[in-house]
Design a protein around this ligand. Structure first.
Ligand code: ATP
Length: 752
């Protein structure tokens, strides 16, 4: 025996606790009409998880709770406990005894418990399904419901048969898999949407990263270009420094000697001039020339110095302009515009009705002043004009020094001309005594020559200084652009060795100018790419990319699980189909023999209904009627066909009440025979049977009780006689149902 007992507290008419023990194969429940017999059958449905209150003859959960009478107050909860012997592990749970309990409260909430632990309805359903017991299953035949299996549609009938065959588990599993599949598809949709959302950002970052890569390559190129340029420049400067110093040595020494000699001759001539007018003139010219040349050197130097200052000033102004141009296009903040607007509104406020022209003019003037001030303020910001006064002053100074220098050169030329004339005059005299003057001429000519050589060296040196400054400046700028790496130029090794380092010729300088131009171009290109922080972008890119990859993987995983679920559903459907077809054949055979037994002949069978493909016009009618045509018609329903002995009937509907009851019983018993449920509850299934059939019914339940425990609610004496235990249910004036064990002889009386 699997079912041990049923305990009812506050359930329907069971206002007080009652327990029914089921220790024998057949238990019969008897009692007068309205005493509460059917309530016990419903208590079974209830505790096994029935969700339709209507099928428990109520409207709300509350209707299932003892409603009270004048003697016994109403209850707040109804509870039913079903106790199972589980030593044979009928239920898939590791307990020898399993107590399933359901409680309903007045406000409608339900509680489910397995061995005292709260569980979900689903847990109860799953546990029972595994044991071929269900809430509204085939094994609880309620009063008047016996022919349910006959009046049901062929599809409903299929479900009842599936239930009876214990195939509900497959349905549950299939439904669960379908739910999971739906959830998986939903997740997939979400993940896809997330990925889709992520894409523009990812693409943006990809572009940034590419740009950064470009910048990195360009920067590397720039480093190389810098090193190459600076290395050549340094070599050139070194070469220049050495050559200028080397070339200066001899003329410097010579000019010192020539100077000394001229000095000596001058003092000699001072002593011997004695009224010699040529000598006197010669000395004057020489003195003047010497002064002029000193002056010229001073001016030449000052031109050089001013030129240096000018180029510095020009660069400074250029930088300032550049900085100012960066300011241009910078947006004006909203708060600035807002406060300007507020100011303007304040001036113009409530002047709409002003009629005094003078007043209006005043307001207009004030408004214009405010607008001008705003525009003016921001104009200064955007159109920056640097102060060039210093540059202009320097240019003037240079101009002055140059003019001076030109004037002096003219004077020098004049003096030299005079000296030449004088020298010719002296030459003509062919006087031995003029030897000293001749030497002076030669020396002055030599001095002129040497001075010009030295002046050229001076110019070269000043260019050198400028180039040295430029070199230092270039390194400074390089540090800003590429950092300490700039110092690497010292160890520069050319990529291709046909570049001649240290070769200082015109060709090399042209090449160097070309390199310089290239360097500037690269700097501009690098600036254009912009200075986004490489670390930040790369970090963000990696993160976003990783997220995308994660989502992609997630999609693959979800697709895989969806595929597995689809496969599982297919397998379940296949297995269900196979088991169903086999079970149906078996039930049909049993049905046929029970039917023949009940009717003393004839035949009955179960067949799969033909799948009727809906015609297009049918579908259209359904759609216009607001119905949704069922797509899945692969699951055919089950049809019943019967043939009574000596009668020709076309439809089940043509059977008499008794015949219908017999047919139903035959089918119910056939189902129980093929897959015996642990217990079977029959609520007045025998009501419509005549004496002869009651006997056959009695034989059959006895036969069935070998495989299933039977609980029969009955008024039928024959049925009662087959029971091992009889419970009488009575209801006193307090409206509470009570249970008492009765003997067979008393039962007949109790039942009345
Ligand atoms: P019959 O032989 O006529 O089929 P029965 O013994 O099966 O009768 P039930 O239908 O089980 O009788 O019981 C019906 C009785 O239960 C009614 O008297 C009804 O008033 C009572 N009843 C139903 N619900 C409640 C409730 N919530 N509280 C109190 N009594 C209830």
């Amino acid at each position: 025996m699997y079912l041990k007992s049923l305990e009812l507290i506050g359930f329907k008419s069971f206002g007080k606790k009652c327990t029914l023990e089921f220790s024998t194969p057949i238990t019969s429940i008897v009692g007068p009409n309205g005493s509460g017999k059917s309530n016990t059958a419903e208590a079974f449905r209830f505790v096994l998880g029935e969700q339709s209150i209507k099928s428990l003859r109520g409207k709300r959960g509350e209707d299932l709770i003892w409603g009270g009478s004048s003697e016994v107050p109403r209850s707040n909860r109804a509870s039913v406990k079903a106790v199972f012997d589980n030593t044979k592990r009928l239920l898939d749970i590791d307990f020898d005894e399993v107590v399933i309990e359901r409680v309903v409260y007045r406000e409608g909430t339900n509680e489910y418990l397995i061995n005292g632990s709260k569980v979900r309805l689903k847990d109860v359903s799953n546990l029972l399904a595994g044991a071929n017991i269900g809430a509204s299953g085939h094994h609880i035949i309620s009063q008047g419901e016996a022919d349910r299996v006959i009046v049901a549609t062929s599809r409903e009938r299929r479900q009842i048969i599936e239930d009876a065959l214990g195939l509900r588990v497959y349905q549950y599993k299939k439904e669960e898999s379908l739910r999971k599949l739906e959830k998986t598809e939903e997740n997939r949709g979400q993940v896809e949407a997330l990925r889709h959302e992520n894409i523009p950002h990812l693409r943006f970052l990809e572009r940034q990263v590419k740009k950064l890569e470009k910048a990195r390559v360009l920067r590397e190129e720039l480093v190389y270009a810098y090193h190459e340029y600076l290395k050549h420049e340094e070599d050139h400067l070194q070469f220049e420094r050495e050559s200028v110093a080397g070339l200066r040595e001899e003329p410097s020494r010579e000019i010192r000697e020539v100077g000394k000699r001229i000095e000596n001759i001058r003092s000699e001539l001072e002593k011997t001039k004695k009224g010699n007018k040529e000598s006197e003139a010669l000395l004057t010219i020489e003195k003047r020339l010497s002064e002029l040349r000193t002056e010229q050197t001073t001016f030449a130097r000052s031109v050089g110095r001013i030129e240096g200052q000018i180029s510095f000033e020009e660069r400074r102004l250029e930088d300032e302009k550049k900085k100012a141009s960066e300011e241009e296009g910078r947006p004006i903040s909203y708060s600035t515009v807002r406060s300007f607007w507020d100011e303007l509104t304040l001036i113009l406020k409530e002047r709409d009705d002003e009629e005094d022209v003078d007043m209006l003019k005043k307001v207009l003037k004030e408004a214009r002043r405010t607008v001008a001030a705003f525009v003016g303020h921001h104009l200064v910001k955007t159109e920056y004009i640097p102060d060039t006064s210093i540059l202009l002053r320097l240019q003037k100074e240079k101009e002055f020094a140059e003019t001076k220098s030109v004037d002096i050169s003219k004077d020098i030329l004049e003096q030299e001309q005079r000296m030449r004339l004088l020298s010719e005059e002296i030459e003509k005299e062919k006087d031995e005594s003029r030897e000293i003057e001749r030497e002076l001429f030669t020396l002055i000519a030599a001095q002129t020559e040497l001075r010009s050589t030295l002046a050229k060296l001076d110019a070269r040196e000043s260019t050198l200084r400028r180039d040295e400054d430029e070199f230092k400046r270039e390194i400074g700028e390089g540090i800003v652009l590429i950092g300490r790496q700039i110092q690497g130029y010292k160890d520069f090794v050319p990529k291709d060795d046909h570049t001649d380092l240290g070769l200082d010729d015109e060709k090399e300088r042209t090449l160097q100018t070309e390199r310089r131009r290239n360097l500037e171009k690269m700097k501009i290109r690098l600036e254009e790419i912009g200075g986004a922080s490489a670390d930040e972008i790369t970090k963000e890119y990696t993160e976003v990319k990783e997220r995308d990859e994660f989502l992609e993987k997630e999609l693959v995983d979800l697709e895989q699980s969806a595929e597995l679920l689809r496969k599982l559903i297919n397998e379940l459907e296949k297995e269900l189909g196979e088991k169903f077809t086999q079970g149906l054949t078996e039930i049909s055979t049993q049905f046929n023999s029970f039917f023949a037994l009940m009717f003393g002949g004839g035949s009955a069978s179960l067949t799969l209904s033909e799948i009727k493909r809906k015609s297009k016009s049918d579908v259209d009618t359904m759609l216009t009627d607001g119905e949704i045509p069922e797509e899945d018609d692969t699951q055919a329903g089950v049809d019943i066909s019967v043939s009574l002995p000596k009668k020709r009937i076309q439809s089940l509907m043509m059977l008499s009440g008794g015949e219908r009851a017999l047919t139903s019983i035959a089918l119910i018993f056939a189902m129980s025979q093929v897959n015996p449920p642990p217990f079977l509850i029959l609520d007045e299934t025998d009501a419509a049977l005549d004496e002869a059939n009651s006997r056959r019914y009695g034989d059959m339940i006895q036969n069935l009780s070998e495989k299933s425990q039977l609980i029969v609610i009955t008024h039928n004496r024959e049925t009662m006689s087959r029971a091992d235990i009889l419970y009488g249910i009575t209801m006193g004036i307090d409206g509470v149902s009570r249970i008492l064990s009765v003997k067979f002889d008393d039962a007949v009386t109790v039942a009345k």
